[in-house]
Design a protein around this ligand. Sequence first.
Ligand code: GAP
Length: 444
Amino acid sequence: MDKIVSLCRRRGFVFPSSEIYGGLGSTYDYGHYGVLMKNHIRSAWLREMVQERDDIVAIDSAIILNPAVWEASGHVAGFSDPLIDCRTCKLRFRADRLEDAHCGKKPSKRPGETSECDLTEPRQFNLMFQTQVGAMEDASSSAYLRPETAQGIFINFKNVLQLARRKPPFGIAQVGKSFRNEITPGNFLFRVREFEQMEMEYFVPPDEAEKWYRYWVEKRYAWYTNLGVRESMLRIREHDENERSHYSSGTSDIEYQYPIGWQELEGIANRGDFDLTQHTKASGTKLEFVGQEGERYTPYVIEPAVSIERIFVAMLCDAYDEEVVGERERTVLHLHPQVAPVKAAVLPLVPRDEGMSTRARTLFEELRRRHTVEHDDSGQIGRRYRRQDEIGTPWAFTIDDRTLEDETVTVRDRDSLSQERLPISGVAAWLDDALQREWRSPKK
Ligand code: GAP
């Protein structure tokens, strides 16, 4: 993980947030390449979940909802972790994770293992961030930053059913920030307090719930392998009964083997009719489906839920490689071309040469209308290739002496390092086509 963190910093993917003020625990800001990569991940998810389907629509609900939403959903009463404080070192630990924690005074020991440790009894700590709405500062004005995007979907069930004229099975998808006051954040972006969730609630007739649950587990797993994540690093783990959330009658995690071990990348849950029933009771608005023949029922919900952060880290870990090429070492990100921040670089071999420089600039202007591409004319060509390898750019188009004679360019492939010549006029079409090709990681 250290190597990934250092590459992210060095190449401007991700920085610790508020750094000039000493940072703020486990909060990060994204630089240019980080933003581009996050955008590509989000687009790939939206394309698969909304754009290419007839049965799923998008929504963008507010972050601060009526606090009654969180009462009804069970978050006010139950969205908590058991916490233990140490009166000696003043550190706070999750009671259910003490075996992974380190004593504040003697880090080689677990909390409670030294005679100086003075631990409190466990108490429940709610993970929702509280805030005030409006000018008054009393209980009536208190509200929460949403800890998941899902509830913003449930409370709009009736709107979508009526306005988008859908009937089960159908889904509502949302991408947006969620906030959790995690007690033990860390491992870079893996567990942060502010993250971007991508959730889809799929409403189905109750007797079809099991079928659709299995369908979404498979579908989501295939999304990762189609985006080049190695199957050897992925697995599906079904939760046993005492591990599941209060609302769930079945949950499977798609896990990735992060450098910190096998961990949840995405969860797929069968939430039953829990949420729609709770909101019906609490709001007095019936959240049910009524068919044309008058049949009525509360749909069950299948929910695939993930954060861009967990995907971002998994994809970087899966892509990172250090190789020796010839005599030199290179660091390379073997990212799937669809998620690579920059799709291609345009490099004039001799930047001072006016013919090369003009052609490179013209090609770059043409390509950037369609894709995120880069023009780089500073430094030796080898160093420019290595810069692109480090940010995972799949192809580089080099304009050289031969271009001036026959209007062709060299295309260099990041993974195989093979080079071929293309007519400069065909580069845009070649790149469009290359981005659609199937891609598999060259890493073992
Ligand atoms: N609506 C259901 C729900 O929120 P969850 O398992 O608590 O379920 C869903 O979260 C997904 O959100 C996780 O699988 C993970 O990808 C992501 N996630 C949760 N907490 C996170 C955190 N603190 N930092 C980054 N991602 C997180």
